[in-house]
Design a protein around this ligand. Structure first.
Ligand SMILES: NC(=O)C1=CN([C@@H]2O[C@H](COP(=O)(O)OP(=O)(O)OC[C@H]3O[C@@H](n4cnc5c(N)ncnc54)[C@H](OP(=O)(O)O)[C@@H]3O)[C@@H](O)[C@H]2O)C=CC1
Ligand SMILES: O=C(O)C1=N[C@H](C(=O)O)C[C@H](O)C1
Length: 266
């Protein structure tokens, strides 16, 4: 069976890569594209793709659904509207594969319940790169033994959310293994606000934004006289595409929300 795929955010850095990936995949068909502004009748009208890329463009998910009946909506957009759109997709019986980051813990909980009530698959993957998933899992394991942790995530300077979805997911995984405790000196005082980074259950998260970067993270775990550094680098967006393909296939087989690629990479 060919999987009918729609993509939201197709003009973006990740979206363009995902369009090519789906177009090249023989088990999938790109049936439509969702944008939030008028960009032409078909994807080719954007001048970003060859003229053979003729998937129609819609600005309303309901119309897109009615006219092109996608099985899956791949969302690679921006944090502002992704929660509402994911909920709407579930309502319409379209299975969301969401790479967009910036969900709050409450929103993730609500969407999990929403998908469960409707028995419909949904995958939210803060990072589609297999190496990044391994970095998070290794850090989770290491934190049992070295519970003092600081996360440094580094991204390109066009990124809208901070900390990154990957850093948040890493913190979630580590916090399941490590007793909540404040790190650093008890009388520590910031002379410049933000110097110690964001505080997640006492763990510190630092966000670096610089031109030239793509997506990088290191997890530092400190112990008496020692430091373990676990690092992952994505040098280009091709690194995320095998995870996108796996998620599109897997979401067709599941009836609940899966948060994180670690649950499906086997
Ligand atoms: N899970 C993963 O592995 C990865 C996730 N990401 C995440 O994916 C998202 C996209 O990243 P990236 O491609 O770098 O960002 P870009 O800004 O390059 O692309 C986002 C695209 O979505 C469009 N867009 C914005 N809002 C909407 C909307 N409401 N509906 C439809 N389209 C919209 C933007 O249009 P316009 O520019 O006109 O506003 C743009 O074309 C981010 O949240 C990022 O964190 C990124 C890399 C990997
Ligand atoms: O915006 C990005 O680029 C990325 N976003 C994701 C995140 O927030 O973790 C995944 C990856 O780090 C690239």
């Amino acid at each position: 069976m060919t999987i009918r795929v729609a993509i939201a955010g197709a003009r973006g850095k990740m979206g363009q890569e995902a369009v090519h990936t789906v177009m090249k995949n023989e088990e999938m068909e790109l049936v439509s594209v969702l944008d939030y502004k008028e960009i032409g009748k078909t994807l080719a009208d954007t001048n970003l793709f060859p003229s053979s890329y003729d998937a129609p463009v819609y600005t309303e998910l309901e119309t897109l659904h009615k006219e092109t009946k996608p099985d899956v909506l791949v969302d690679l957009t921006s944090p502002e509207a992704v929660y509402e759109r994911t909920k709407k997709a579930l309502e319409l019986n379209i299975r969301p594969v969401v790479g967009t980051t910036g969900f709050s813990d409450e929103e993730l909980d609500e969407l999990t319940q929403y998908a469960k009530d409707r028995k419909i698959g949904c995958i939210i993957a803060p990072n589609f790169a297999v190496g990044a998933v391994l970095m998070m899992k290794f850090a989770e394991q290491a934190a049992k033994y070295l519970p003092d942790v600081e996360i440094i995530e580094m991204h390109h300077d066009q990124k809208l959310d901070a900390p990154s979805g990957t850093a948040m997911k890493t913190a979630h995984l580590i916090s399941d293994q490590r007793p909540v405790h404040e790190q650093g000196h008890v009388r520590e005082k910031e002379t410049l606000k933000g110097a110690r980074g964001a505080n997640y259950d006492g763990m510190r998260i630092h966000s670096v934004r610089l031109p030239g970067l793509v997506a990088h993270q290191q997890v530092l775990l400190g112990g008496e006289g020692q430091l373990l550094t676990i690092r992952h680098d994505s040098f280009n967006r091709g690194s995320f595409m095998s995870g996108v393909v796996l998620s599109i296939k897997t979401v067709m087989e599941t009836e609940e929300l899966i948060y994180g690629l670690e649950h499906i990479i086997g």
